[in-house]
Design a binder for this molecule. Structure first.
Ligand SMILES: O=C(O)C1=C[C@@H](OP(=O)(O)O)[C@@H](O)[C@H](O)C1
Ligand SMILES: C=C(OP(=O)(O)O)C(=O)O
Length: 450
């Protein structure tokens, strides 16, 4: 939904320690994929723990527009009656994917090899993001795309009537691009191959195998070579969505920087393609432990315990770790501001094409609140001032970006004068219970008057 209400400024302030158990919502990436793969299976897929954030709800609406039956039961279980690979109907209206890059790019892939026309749009943030990274490889299947200049939404895609399978090496490290090509490959005869030089989150590969597709990954000199056999019949699944490590990052990091804190964040997936932030925090000297480590649904899972860590040191984040923590750099930079010394983040130009230019948005907000930041096209350096070193006192522009909003609210808990963000509305895209969850830990958050 691109209709976004009036901006809602919010202020966070230093209160007491954060304490308690933080039960964060379901994983956003796995939630989108549960709905999309469920809609492409034949029969009923049942999903528990689905993230009911706006991004995922917009994908649910899109699946209904494609002809799948998607319902939510009173106990919170979601039921998807799929139409099968190649079975999508042509939506009668424009598909509004709201704020969600994952939603729009995966949906483009999913319809690209079915002969229907679909027009996609989104909010002001999504309309400014690059789509050619997806429509270029989809053109190899025979899909046509007509959008605004520089491949911007709104954009109409005409699915290929006689798709050819594709072999494609992704030029950017992006699970969205990889997944779009694999989804398109589902309805192309023969083998579709995606090659990625750097490993990105592998939820599509794992879930497609679970739905009965023939898919394999081989690690070669070129990188990861993923091969999918086209035109499978996908079998419906029962899916328990694990909790989102990208959402867990907020209570974890808030606890590390807020004096006296001790927070348990149970049941977080530690898939190595997602867990880079937690390794980085431990490298900085964070008191972050993995309790009760176990396997669930084939994924490593643990309860994260984060305690106030007054001795954290800035580090050079290994660039090869970037893809496994790409959404976590904004909150990492807040931890970096509360650590001693420089934190250097390189190889992160993808941050410039997220919901906002995240390097610019974080650098601007940190500088306004008393922290020195240097930045270049694909790198930035935060000069930490140690525990409690963020002065605060300024209002930060969040640019329709949920992660910028949550990061600065967490910064406020450990700041001297508090921090105001111009709009907390976008938080509902990925973490609709952020405010009550943080307040239950003892955080001071209040809607501010304009
Ligand atoms: O595939 C996914 O579910 C996602 C992939 C990442 O985007 P890119 O593929 O653009 O890096 C990430 O930033 C996004 O939040 C979710
Ligand atoms: C980049 C993100 O999401 P998307 O690309 O789906 O909008 C995110 O959630 O941080």
């Amino acid at each position: 939904m691109s209709s976004h209400g009036d901006p809602k400024p919010m202020t966070s302030r230093k209160g007491g320690a954060l304490k308690g158990v933080a039960e964060v919502p379901g994983d956003k990436s796995i939630s989108h994929r549960s709905l999309i793969f469920g809609a492409m299976a034949v029969g009923e897929t049942r999903v528990t723990g689905l993230l009911e954030g706006q991004d995922v709800l917009d994908t649910a609406s899109a699946m209904r527009a494609f002809g799948a039956q998607v319902t939510r039961e009173d106990d919170g279980t979601w039921s998807i009656h799929g139409v099968g690979v190649g079975g999508f109907a042509e939506p009668e209206d424009v598909l509004d994917c709201g704020n969600s890059g994952t939603g729009v790019r995966l949906l483009m892939g999913a319809m690209a090899t079915t002969p229907i026309s679909v027009t996609f749009t989104g909010d002001a943030s999504l309309r400014s993001r690059p789509m050619a990274r997806v429509t270029d490889p989809l053109a190899l299947f025979g899909t046509q795309a007509y959008g605004r200049a520089q491949g911007r939404l709104p954009m109409t895609l005409v699915g290929a009537a006689q798709p050819m399978p594709v072999r494609y090496a992704t030029p950017v490290p992006s699970a969205q691009v990889k997944s779009a090509v694999l989804l398109a490959g589902l309805n192309a005869p023969g083998e579709t191959v995606v090659i990625e030089a750097e490993a990105t989150r592998d939820h599509s590969e794992r879930m497609l195998a679970g739905f009965g597709a023939t898919i394999s990954t081989e690690v070669t000199d070129e990188g990861r070579v993923i091969t999918l056999q086209g035109q499978p019949e996908l079998r419906p699944q029962v899916i328990a969505v694990p909790r989102d490590p990208s959402s867990a990052a907020f209570p974890v990091c808030a606890a590390l920087i807020t004096e006296g804190s001790d927070v348990l964040v149970p049941n977080i997936g530690l898939n190595p393609t997602r867990a880079g932030l937690f390794e980085t925090l431990r490298d900085m000297g964070a008191d972050l432990t993995y309790e009760n480590p176990r396997e669930e649904g084939g994924e490593p899972v643990a309860d994260l315990r984060a305690r106030f860590s007054p001795n954290m040191k800035g580090i050079e984040v290994p660039p090869e770790r970037a893809a496994s923590m790409i959404d976590e750099y904004p909150i990492l930079s807040i931890v970096a501001a509360n650590a001693e010394g420089q934190t250097v983040m390189r190889g992160v130009k993808e941050l410039r094409v997220k919901e906002s230019d995240r390097i610019a948005a974080m650098a601007d907000g940190l500088r306004l609140n008393g922290i020195e930041v240097e930045d270049g096209p694909d790198w930035w350096i935060v000069h930490g001032r140690g525990p409690g070193g963020v002065a605060g006192g300024a209002t930060v522009a969040t640019h329709l970006d949920h992660r910028i909003a949550m990061s600065f609210l967490c910064a406020g808990f450990a700041s001297q004068k508090g921090i105001t963000i111009d709009d907390c509305g976008p938080i509902a895209t990925s973490f609709p219970i952020f405010e009550p969850l943080m307040k239950a830990l003892g955080a001071r958050l209040e809607l501010s008057n304009r």
